[in-house]
Ligand binder design. Structure first.
Ligand SMILES: Nc1ncnc2c1ncn2[C@@H]1O[C@H](COP(=O)(O)OP(=O)(O)O)[C@@H](O)[C@H]1O
Ligand SMILES: O=c1ccn([C@@H]2O[C@H](COP(=O)(O)OP(=O)(O)O)[C@@H](O)[C@H]2O)c(=O)[nH]1
Length: 243
């Protein structure tokens, strides 16, 4: 009998924030971070995990920030969505260099640059072990890539949305501001709403809750954390219906 532990998740929607791709840089993409992430994703694929990926765009543009500087919000959001395509192109390239089969889809057509989002094709690619990167968010302004992650997560019937962020999980308060904040290992959707814990925006969160899609929040800058989440080891915070 094999004693090798098996992944507890079969198909995931991995959400990586754009800011995390910056690494030590102040803007854009740090190639070292990109390559490390590609390696971590490769490990999952080798374990047989089907990986759908949504990457943010906050390392390049956010519509909200552009609007504060005077730009039309819709145009700013279009720029933010295009930023997620730039990150997606970089990630697809890093995955290919790591010998991982990956496809890039966009929520709006960008002929000659990447494929159009196609639900049935995405499922078929995932089943055949390809990583599918869903870029351009939901394709609509006034949404975030967390909404896109939950939307695509529900669509592909992922076992969970794994939200990679800058902190170790969900805390009783913002750990960047309150050093006494305590990390939660497990929470219900209700706990998050009642205590107004910042996990993701409400549109994204309620979509996950309504479709009983578990959310796992972990630190994407902590090497090996993603693997531990997949193996069901104690890491990050799990948000689900379970009490
Ligand atoms: N209760 C909380 N638990 C964890 N992080 C929190 C909490 N409240 C606020 N935060 C902040 O949320 C940030 C992570 O949110 P995330 O959506 O990944 O970032 P961004 O909004 O920059 O895309 C953390 O850096 C942390 O400072
Ligand atoms: O469905 C979407 C997803 C994203 N965006 C825009 O793209 C930006 C980048 O995404 P996000 O802020 O979610 O990136 P992250 O914080 O994860 O890096 C957002 O600020 C929005 O301006 C959008 O308009 N609709």
């Amino acid at each position: 009998m094999s004693t090798n532990p098996k992944p507890t998740l079969r198909r995931i929607l991995l959400k990586l924030s754009g800011e995390a791709l910056m690494g030590e840089e102040g803007f854009g993409i740090d190639p070292k971070v990109l390559d490390r992430m590609a390696q971590e994703i490769k490990e999952l694929v080798e374990q047989g995990v089907q990986v759908g990926l949504v990457i943010g765009g906050g390392n390049i543009f956010r519509g909200e920030g552009l609007a504060k500087a005077g730009m039309n919000r819709v145009v700013g959001d279009h720029m933010g969505m295009l930023a997620t395509v730039i990150n997606g192109l970089a990630m697809r390239d890093a995955l290919h260099r790591a010998y991982v089969n990956a496809r890039l889809m966009s929520a709006f057509p960008l002929n000659g640059v990447c494929d159009n989002y196609n639900w049935a094709e995405a499922i078929s690619l995932l089943k055949s072990g390809r990583v599918v990167i869903f870029s351009a968010g939901t394709g609509n302004p006034f949404f975030t890539t967390d909404s896109a992650a939950c939307l695509r997560g529900v669509e592909i019937e992922a076992d969970a949305v794994l939200k990679g962020t800058k902190v170790d999980g969900v805390y009783s308060d913002d750990p960047m501001k309150n050093p006494d904040a305590v990390k939660h290992d497990q929470l219900s959707y209700q706990d998050v709403l009642e205590n107004e814990l910042k996990v993701m925006d409400l549109a994204a969160f309620t979509l996950a809750r309504d479709h009983k899609l578990p959310i796992m929040v972990f630190n994407m800058n902590k090497p090996g954390a993603l693997r531990r989440v997949i193996m069901g080891e104690s890491e990050g915070t799990l948000i689900s219906n379970a009490e």
